[in-house]
Design a binder for this molecule. Structure first.
Ligand SMILES: [Zn+2]
Ligand SMILES: [Zn+2]
Length: 279
């Protein structure tokens, strides 16, 4: 019996919001409404607030673990909540789990351990906080979150490490970049070894890969169709400017810009701002 499997047992009381997948602290009574979904960037499902638990989730769902353009993706089947997949960035000095998903089970822990485990978890923004504390405990890994989004943490934990400022260097040249936009602390991960050394950006939906995967977009709210101001788009572009990357990994399976990604960001920002112009 490993520490990992015992860590998976004691959180049966934690409530999970069915719409955004965020897990709440065990001590909390069932909250009336999820604050993440009550925020104007999200929504409460039309049938009303609903809750589940990890135990319930494990009965009807499993995780698919597969290659997604050279990275290991981890996503839940059938899809749950927002439906994002996490990515495991394998790196010589330790792996990063980029973004997070709600379902964690023994099969997933074992599979990720066999790939070298997790040295740290980093998450783009609160919509993917999910059950990050469970993952952190299972792999004994810290969670790096930008401090500007601190108030969206529904399950505080000593393993959460808030960082400030515009960037945070990790190891092997990897950097967390605060891009902002969709959330004040909106973060992307630059992975210089990605795309066979041409560099890659793991962007969640902070830089959102469009259906036409030669393009990206930037929104304050995706489900409620609220755009960002031109000044915010410029801010994102200039935050990325110092970094070289040929590829962008978005938030869902296969939602990636395969090549020429720096140019795609620049071109998409120009197009976006053209459509914001009045008159
Ligand atoms: Zn929610
Ligand atoms: Zn989001």
């Amino acid at each position: 019996m490993t520490g990992a499997s015992s860590a998976l047992k004691d959180e049966t009381a934690c409530q999970i919001c069915v719409t955004c997948g965020v897990q709440f602290a065990a001590a909390a009574v069932t909250p009336e409404e999820c604050p993440v979904c009550g925020d104007e960037r999200q929504y409460v499902r039309w049938s009303g607030q609903e809750w589940t638990t990890l135990d319930e989730l494990r009965r009807a769902h499993h995780n698919e673990i597969r290659n997604d353009l050279g990275l290991t993706g981890i996503g839940t089947e059938p899809s749950f909540a927002i439906g994002q997949r996490a990515l495991l960035v394998a790196s010589p000095s330790g792996n990063v789990l980029w973004d997070c998903i709600t379902l964690i089970d023994e099969a997933t822990v074992n599979a990720v351990q066999s790939l070298g485990g997790v040295r740290a978890i980093a998450i783009s923004h609160p919509h993917y906080y999910s059950s990050m504390v469970e993952w952190s405990r299972a792999f004994d890994a810290p969670i790096y979150l930008h401090s500007a989004d601190r108030r969206w943490v529904m399950r505080p934990d000593e393993r959460i490490e808030f960082w400030d400022g515009e960037s945070k260097g990790l190891w092997d040249g990897m950097t967390l970049i605060r891009a902002g936009g969709h959330f004040e602390g909106g973060t992307v991960l630059h992975w210089p070894a990605g795309a066979e050394g041409r560099g890659a950006l793991l962007s969640g939906d902070i830089v959102q890969v469009a259906q036409d995967r030669r393009w990206v977009s930037f929104m304050y709210s995706f489900p409620n169709y609220v755009p960002l101001a031109a000044s915010e788009v410029d801010r994102i572009v200039s935050a990325l400017e110092p970094f070289r990357f040929d590829r962008i990994y978005g938030a869902w399976w296969d939602r990636n810009v395969g090549s020429n990604a720096m140019e795609a960001v620049w071109r998409s920002a120009q197009r976006y701002k053209r459509h914001l112009q009045v008159g």
